[in-house]
Design a protein around this ligand. Structure first.
Ligand code: PEP
Length: 252
């Protein structure tokens, strides 16, 4: 499967700026997107149509939503349904991003509901997991991440297509801080997640579910990170906001 190079624009960019950045990215990657890579841009909801328009007719470029609410429709003010994301052109959606967990207070069980609902609605879901610095220091990395995986994937059928599911390992202390986990830390965490996925989904599916790394990925460290075993892509925040730096990561 192709490496998934994902850009999370968080709550940045008005429509015009989103259009300009997406068009710039298309131009920079024209004829230069490596065969083994797939690009995903995850803009704020208000810019989905704009980015989708800039990507129209291009191959290897997909659109994703930053979150979803686990219902088809209804009285859920401020929320967005998976069908609405699909209607806006999304193929992917994030669940359990650390900012949703730790700023907005989402718990593991709610993240699990979102993940299962998004998959059932036909989206490909990227479940984000990762430990806080105090948890790592207390030796709780494996306990925290496997708890998030177990709850986040609790209702996902074992026969899920590996194309429809990815896990992003994002140590909370590395997100937006400029601190990147070292190659050994990344390798160990990804190996632990891979073993868990094989145990949970079996020897056919478990090895194929992509595991992305996220946390201060930059043009200068992307090649190193992408060369680590079980790193099947990256999830990039800050450095994805400029087309120049994100294109450099995609082609690293
Ligand atoms: C993220 O938003 O998922 C992220 C990893 O952000 P940053 O690259 O800025 O650390």
């Amino acid at each position: 499967m192709k490496k998934l190079m994902a850009a999370n624009w968080k709550m940045y960019k008005m429509r015009a700026e989103a259009t300009a950045t997406a068009s710039d990215l298309v131009a920079r990657l024209d004829g230069r997107l490596p065969e083994d890579r797939e690009v995903l841009v995850i803009p704020p909801f208000t810019a989905l149509w704009a980015v989708g328009g800039a990507f129209a007719g291009k191959t290897g470029l997909s659109l994703g939503g930053q979150d979803l609410y686990p219902a088809k429709e209804g009285a859920f003010t401020g929320e967005i349904a998976p069908d609405m994301l699909r209607d806006a052109g999304c193929r992917y959606v994030l669940t359990g991003h650390s900012e949703r967990r730790h700023v907005l207070g989402e718990d593991d069980a709610f993240v699990g509901k979102k993940t299962a609902f998004g998959l059932a609605a036909g989206l490909s879901v990227i479940l984000c997991v990762g430990e806080k610095v105090e948890e790592r220091k207390a030796g709780q990395l494996e306990a925290v991440v496997t708890r998030q995986l177990a709850a986040g994937l609790a209702d996902v059928p074992s026969e899920v297509s590996p194309e429809a599911l990815a896990v992003a390992y994002e140590p909370v202390w590395a997100i937006g801080t400029g601190l990147t986990a070292g190659p050994k830390e990344v390798e160990e965490a990804h190996a632990m997640i891979r073993a868990w996925l094989i145990e949970r989904f079996g020897p056919q599916t478990g090895p194929s579910v992509r595991i992305l790394y996220g946390g201060s990925v930059k043009p200068g460290n992307a090649e190193l990170l992408l060369g680590i075993d079980n790193v099947d892509g990256v999830l990039v925040g800050g450095a994805s906001l400029e087309a120049e730096s994100f294109a450099a990561i995609v082609t690293a």
